[in-house]
Design a binder for this molecule. Sequence first.
Ligand code: COA
Length: 334
Amino acid sequence: MTPVSRHPPSRRIGIIGLGMHVPPKVLTNSDLEKIVDTNDEWIQSRTGIRERRVVEPGTTTSDIACLAAHDALKAAQLDPRDLDLLIVATATPDMLFPSTSCLVQHRLGASAAVCFDLSAACSGSVFAMVTAQQYLLTGRYRNALIIGAEVLSSFIDWTDRSTCVLFGDGAGACVMAPVKRGGILATDMGSDGSAASLLYMPGGGSKHPPSHRSVDQRMHFLRMNGGEVFKVAVRRMADSAKRVVKQATLKPEHVECFIPHQANIRIIEAVAKRAALPLEKVYMNLQRYGNTSAASNLIALYEAVQEGVVTRGDHVVMVAFGAGLTWGSLLLQW
Ligand code: COA
């Protein structure tokens, strides 16, 4: 049974500021038709995606992470020098080491913050928020900046039509701290390493260090069994969302907004059905950004709040799924 946590109102952790950044360059489905054998109709009907953003060559994950972080810190009215904890969730770091969070810390001037990266692929921002919540509940840390940031365009095989149409670049950020009202009411996380081969990048690590062979075999690009990922994603996200709703002693009808990982409209529709969450309460922006992995849930939350879809007092369920496999959700009151 996956462990689930609940917290009394006296010690609740919430979001006090949100930020996001997507690169300005838009790559539409029609643009992709010129790169691989695909078409707009196929991509939209199978995924719901119309376009995605991609960085210019030379722009890194830490670059876009910093831009999202600036917004979140400003919204939280927090001076970077007062930041205690900084976690960057990413599957596409600038380098294997140092961590992208250390690079971001330096550029933000957050010299007092403890920094580390968190690797949970598309579940990254939800995992990082739950991790930060645990640190903050101890009282040892006063605040935390969570960033989900990805430059997936550098790790996508632009000759593979089954994957290159799905992903995009972007960053989302939030500042978390103890709150007097609302905040996180329930959390749930899980992992299954036995299915690691469904979504992975074989090259560049200790198993297949960079070599002529690894490059020739295109090992430094993402590989995926899309059909299997689809099935597991639906089951894991729906069951996780159901668990947090139950643990918060709520019912699906009490949830005002559902913010799923923005992978595929058909996955999201199937999750909503299985978790008994009405589709009109499900927020989606994947049509504009595609799957931005660890950035996805935070970008979606940012836009849902900006658009007034999420308002004060609302119960919001964030749920994610990614390589690993990993999945997680949290229920928070805005
Ligand atoms: N354009 C046109 N045709 C494409 C294509 C593309 N971009 N990509 C694949 N196809 C083709 C396939 O080659 C296949 O052709 P074939 O029948 O001649 O072999 C056909 O379309 C059907 O492919 P299939 O894989 O059955 O499609 P699908 O309905 O399962 O959709 C995905 C494919 C990838 C969209 C779907 O499996 C999916 O979304 N999976 C989850 C991926 C995901 O979200 N991953 C991240 C999780 S965090």
